[in-house]
Ligand binder design. Sequence first.
Ligand code: GRF
Length: 199
Amino acid sequence: MEKLILGFLGSHSGSNMQAIVDKCKSGEVNAIPAVVISNNSEAYILHRGELAGLKTYHISSKQFPSQDELDEAIIKAFEQSSINLVILAGYMRKIGKLLLKHYKNRILNIHPALLPKFGGEGMYGMNVHKAVIESKEKESGATIHLVDEVYDTGKILLQGKVIVLDTDTPETLQLKVLEIEHKIYAEAINKIALGEIVL
Ligand code: GRF
């Protein structure tokens, strides 16, 4: 397996990217974080990227109204840094056909629940945690999966679980799940680097 060179796509805070970058820098994860792209010029993930010395890009559908052109712009930015693994870290847009084809089986996402439960369109952010609490689940967690044409249905690579207490609210559950997200995303990438997870 060639050395993994990571390209991130994110729309908001980027705490998952930060956890991965920190572990790459400490040597815990055998990969090179190189690029971050956001569709939101104000996103904190771009600021984190600058501080960490990554190449940062703002690429949005306002600049590229056609999905193919948007995909091409993203591919071009990633190609310039020889990205070979794409990491979705809170990216609030659907991935286009060209990008999916170019990085077939090389795009990872993290979902804040135990897929296949609580996935699909509209299931993001607090909506997920509310649904888990309303269904009186005893456990929840996070899922790392490959991205395909349909939301949240790609091959599951790794999951981490948390216990849901009767006293949990969507907000407390979100914090617990985020903590496990920060562990397993980096762990999954390192397992790919070691050949323990084969894409
Ligand atoms: C996480 O909860 C992740 O599961 C979801 O988007 C959120 C991103 O958070 N896909 P952050 O930007 O990494 O802090």
